[in-house]
Design a protein around this ligand. Structure first.
Ligand SMILES: [Fe+2]
Length: 290
C-alpha cells in the first residue's frame, strides 16, 4: 500500500507550508506531490519555490505560475504595468528570484504520481489550469473530466476547497489549499491518498499555523504597503478563509469604479464575511441597476 500526500495552492505562505511539513513528519508518506500555485497571492513565492525544490517534490504548474511568468517576462498588457489594481502582482513578480522563475517556467501541466501511476494530478481540470472542479460541478461534467484521463484517480486543486467524489468510472479528489483555503476553515489543508491499484482512501488534513507570523511577513516584506487593495483583501481572505478579492473586483465593476485601495473600506462595509454569496450576487445586481 502506498501513501501519497498532495499539497496545492501554497501561494507564498511559508508559515502554512512549514506547518504542513511538520505534520508530514508524522504521516509516514511515501511521496509528496505539489499540484501548482506555489506562487502568487502571497508574499514569499521565492521561499516556497526554493523549499519545494530542496524537498525534491514533483510539482506541476498552476495558473498563478503562468501569471507570474507572464509578469516577469513583461508579456502583459501595458495597463498592468501601471494600474493600481495590479500593484500586488507587480510586487510578487519583482520578489520572484531568477532561480525560482526558471523552476516554475519548466514545470509540466500535469503528472502521474511516480509511485502510483493510477493517480493523475492536474491543477484545475485535465484541460485547463483555470477551470476548477467543485461542489457546483455537475456529475456529467465530472464524468467528462474522468473521461479525459487514462488513470482512475483524478487529483486537482485550484478552487481552494476540498472535495472527494467517487463514481464507478473513477475518483475525483480536490485537495484544497495549504496557503489560502476558501472553505471557511483557515487551517493549512492538504490530502493523503492511501491505497493501491484502483482502491484509494482519502484523508483531508487541516493543520493550524501561526497567521500572526504570516501577517508580520505581509508587513515586513513590503507586500502590504506596496500591494494596494489586493494585499489588503488577501489578508482578509486569510483571516476568514473565503474569497474577498474577486467579490471586491465584481463590486467595483458593478459600481463602475476602477479597483483601488481607497475603496476597500467602503467595500468591507457592505461585504459582511457571513453574507451568503447568493445574497452578495443579489446586491451586485441592485448596484448594476442604479
Ligand atoms: Fe490557487
Amino acid at each position: 500500500m502506498k501513501r501519497v500526500a498532495i499539497l496545492a495552492d501554497i501561494h507564498g505562505n511559508m508559515p502554512a507550508l512549514y506547518a504542513v511539513m511538520d505534520d508530514l513528519k508524522e504521516q509516514a508518506v511515501d511521496e509528496v506531490i505539489v499540484a501548482g500555485d506555489l506562487v502568487g497571492r502571497g508574499p514569499e513565492g521565492t521561499a516556497v519555490v526554493r523549499e519545494v525544490v530542496a524537498q525534491g517534490w514533483p510539482c506541476i504548474r498552476g495558473n498563478h505560475e503562468d501569471y507570474m511568468i507572464s509578469f516577469c517576462r513583461g508579456d502583459i498588457p501595458d495597463a498592468w504595468r501601471v494600474d493600481e489594481g495590479w500593484a500586488a502582482a507587480r510586487w510578487m513578480a519583482s520578489e520572484l528570484a531568477p532561480d525560482a522563475l526558471a523552476f516554475i517556467a519548466a514545470l509540466p501541466f500535469s503528472i502521474c504520481v511516480p509511485s502510483a501511476p493510477q493517480i493523475r494530478v492536474v491543477h484545475g481540470s485535465p484541460l485547463s489550469n483555470t477551470q476548477g472542479i467543485g461542489s457546483w460541478t455537475s456529475d456529467e461534467e465530472m464524468l467528462e473530466f474522468l473521461g479525459q484521463i487514462e488513470e482512475r484517480v483524478l487529483v486537482c486543486a485550484h478552487t481552494h476547497r476540498p472535495l472527494h467524489r467517487v463514481f464507478s468510472e473513477g475518483v475525483i479528489v480536490n485537495v484544497g489549499s495549504v496557503g489560502l483555503p476558501f472553505n471557511g476553515d483557515w487551517r493549512a489543508q492538504y490530502a493523503i491518498l492511501a491505497g493501491q491499484e484502483a482502491e484509494w482512501d482519502v484523508e483531508f488534513r487541516c493543520v493550524p499555523y501561526d497567521r500572526g507570523a504570516l501577517f508580520a511577513i505581509y508587513e515586513e516584506s513590503g507586500f502590504l504597503a506596496w500591494g494596494g487593495a489586493t494585499s489588503a483583501l488577501l489578508q482578509k481572505e486569510i483571516e476568514y478563509a473565503r474569497p474577498f478579492l474577486v467579490p471586491f473586483l465584481q463590486w467595483a465593476e458593478a459600481k463602475g469604479l476602477s479597483p483601488r485601495l481607497g475603496l476597500v473600506q467602503e467595500f468591507l462595509a457592505v461585504f459582511d464575511p457571513n453574507l451568503p454569496m447568493r445574497d452578495f450576487f443579489a446586491l451586485l445586481q441592485t448596484l448594476q441597476k442604479e
